[in-house]
Design a protein around this ligand. Structure first.
Ligand SMILES: Nc1ncnc2c1ncn2[C@@H]1O[C@H](COP(=O)(O)OP(=O)(O)OP(=O)(O)O)[C@@H](O)[C@H]1O
Ligand SMILES: O=C(O)C1=C[C@@H](O)[C@@H](O)[C@H](O)C1
Ligand SMILES: [Mg+2]
Length: 176
């Protein structure tokens, strides 16, 4: 099979947007961040889209972008944290992708996010963001665990995570 998209999945704070460009540089492929691309297309940030148009509209936008990318040349992709559990979005892209789960605990994700929790609409209004992240993980972990490959990110810095992802992808592609 030809080279496939490398698709990073995991909780908010897993590091998809941070690690993605490093993986892309290591593999010599373009990088695309869904949240950034959708904000550019719609002309509104993700929190603005949630507030103005609702979550369902945002999820449909993720699905449209996924369908477009299914036929695109191989890239490194960072969808939003809810993409894999949104099967209308992830199913069309799955056959064209190698899915890598950046696994993290809710506590580590929250520590990484810090004040940026305010930019995550599913966490921003929670009385207890740690409990909200744990609830997201409980709902999504079965989907995340269907990834082709997993990297445990707690205790690794972004460069360390990117090195592991790039090495796993090279090994998988070399053996394909
Ligand atoms: N391995 C890591 N070690 C320490 N900090 C990290 C690590 N990965 C990411 N971070 C930091 O965590 C924060 C959140 O990372 P990032 O935005 O990449 O998460 P994300 O997975 O894209 O989340 P979302 O699903 O909300 O888009 C950033 O400040 C980033 O610098
Ligand atoms: O985990 C999620 O469902 C989300 C994560 C972010 O990347 C954004 O896509 C949005 O805040 C939703
Ligand atoms: Mg991100």
């Amino acid at each position: 099979m030809s080279a496939r998209h490398v698709i990073l999945v995991g909780l908010p704070g897993a590091g998809k947007s941070t690690v993605g460009p490093l993986v892309a540089a290591a593999l010599g492929r373009p990088f695309l961040d869904f949240d950034v691309e959708l904000a550019r297309r719609i002309g509104a940030s993700v929190p603005e889209q949630f507030a103005r148009d609702g979550e369902a509209a945002f999820r449909e936008r993720e699905a449209v972008l996924s369908r477009e990318l299914a036929a695109a040349p191989a890239m490194v992709l960072a969808p939003g944290g809810g993409w894999l559990a949104n099967s209308a979005a992830s199913a069309p892209l799955r056959p064209a992708g190698r899915i890598i789960y950046l696994r993290t605990t809710p506590a580590a994700a929250l520590a990484r996010l810090g004040a940026a929790v305010a930019d995550r609409p599913l966490l921003a209004d929670a009385d207890d963001p740690l409990a909200a992240l744990a609830a997201l993980l409980a709902r999504r972990s079965a989907a995340y665990e269907t990834a082709d490959l997993t990297v445990d990110t707690d205790g690794l810095d972004p460069a360390g995570v990117a090195d592991r992802v790039a090495a796993l992808v090279r090994a998988a592609e070399g053996g394909a």
